[in-house]
Design a protein around this ligand. Structure first.
Ligand code: EPS
Length: 392
């Protein structure tokens, strides 16, 4: 792995941070682009109160000079505005032992775990009696830092004209297949707070979210992500951990609440005969082409030059205003699960996070294939490769 990143930060801590390593020198790092990516993640009909507090914005702390990467690790920081309300309960330092401080800390202590979140297993594993120690890090707030890292990956990909876009395909029971070529509807998708170009489905999705909200419930859904202008030959068939589909699935599955990832035809492959599954290859004017892309741009772990297409399912958020039955940790007592504040539905935001995670995997494969010291060297290798394969 060449493009590596870690994130740190708690949901109500001072900030989120990411350190991205493996970025070649000479990549234009556009802070406005990074911040626009963060903004895209905040959008979504059905999101909760936190998004009204935050207006996520990254600061570059290292690794970039005058707008270009130097080859050194890049450090990005996103401040949590909500931190101002949490300085005592979330203080990294011991706080003064006053009645007021004790009350503030106690008021934020959680023992009623939420089924479906990391609370229960996390408290057992890390030996905590205050579940907040788990919740703060397992919160999907962390995905803001992933989107910042993903924006750096997208800056690399854009040097090679690789573009990506996501759209929502399902919210609760409302499904849409429209459009099949999502780039044709890019503007409409970007302007939709549910990332859909299907006006009819949009209204039905909103209704479904409103209903869930009224009932104190939450909703999941499904989204699709497409990368276009791909080069053939990224990833490899030779070893299990080099297969690009495996790497993509892992990266996307690691996003909170993701329950399945499908590449290309995905689950429908179970009921599709071979003759209808595999994308036949044709030749026109000396060029190879395909009429279908059921493989989602990846065959045996290697990109084949077609668009990379995958979809993923996000389960309904486990923080419910009408809480589920649960237990108070260490008390052997049945209680209602903890509720503080939550989104009713965050599928549109999750699609943006999936773009980021996939961009990281694809950028990493590009760096592996074409070198990773400087953009200059990478481009020379890329052009040579394109020339070589075009002659075959
Ligand atoms: C999120 C911030 C969180 C939640 C949400 C995602 O903020 P808060 O807990 O202060 O409301 O809104 O987290 C979850 C849905 C979850 O299950 O953890 C964000 O920035 O995306």
């Amino acid at each position: 792995m060449i493009f590596r990143f870690l994130t740190s930060g708690e949901s109500h801590g001072k900030c989120l941070t990411t350190i991205v390593e493996g970025v070649p020198s000479g990549i234009r790092i556009d802070i406005e682009f990074i911040n626009n990516e963060l903004k895209r993640r905040q959008v979504g009909y059905g999101r909760g109160g936190r998004m009204k507090i935050e207006s996520d914005c990254a600061e570059i702390l290292a690794g970039v000079r005058h707008g270009f990467s130097t080859g050194a690790p890049i450090c990005l920081q996103i401040k949590n505005k909500d931190w101002d309300n949490w300085t005592i309960p979330m203080s990294p330092y011991p706080v003064e032992d006053t009645k007021e401080n004790k009350e503030k800390i106690e008021s934020k202590k959680i023992i009623n775990v939420r089924p479906g979140h990391a609370d229960f297993a996390g408290a057992l594993k890390y030996n905590h009696t205050d579940v907040r120690n788990i919740l703060e890090r397992s919160s999907a707030r962390e995905t803001a830092a992933r989107v910042a890292a993903g924006a750096i990956a997208k800056c690399i990909l854009s040097e090679f004209n690789i573009e990506c876009l996501s759209c929502v395909m399902q919210i609760g029971s409302v499904k849409t297949d429209f459009p099949s070529d999502i780039f044709m509807y890019k503007e409409k998708i970007e302007n939709s707070d549910l990332r859909t170009a299907d006006s009819e489905a949009y209204e039905a999705m909103k209704k479904e979210i409103d209903k869930a909200k009224e009932e104190g419930d939450t909703l999941g859904g499904k989204f699709k992500v497409v990368f276009k202008n791909m080069v053939p030959g990224l990833g490899s068939h030779v070893q299990w951990d080099k297969k690009l589909d495996g790497l993509l699935a892992r990266a996307v599955m690691s996003i909170p609440a993701i329950k399945s990832v499908e590449i290309g035809l995905g689950n429908a492959a179970a009921e599709t005969a071979g003759s209808m599954t595999h994308d036949e290859i044709f030749i026109k004017d000396g060029k190879y082409y395909r009429k279908t892309n059921n493989a989602g741009g990846i065959e045996s772990g290697i990109t084949n030059g077609e668009d990379i297409i995958f979809s993923a399912v996000m389960k309904a958020i486990p923080t419910l205003r009408k809480p589920l039955n649960s237990i108070a940790i260490d008390k052997k007592e049945e209680v209602s699960a903890h509720f503080e504040r939550s989104d009713t539905c965050a599928v549109a935001a999750c699609a943006v996070v999936a773009e980021a995670m996939a961009a990281i995997v694809i950028a990493d494969a590009m760096l592996e294939k074409f070198s990773h010291d400087s953009l200059f060297e990478m481009k020379v290798n890329y052009q040579n490769y394109l020339k070589r394969i075009s002659e075959r």
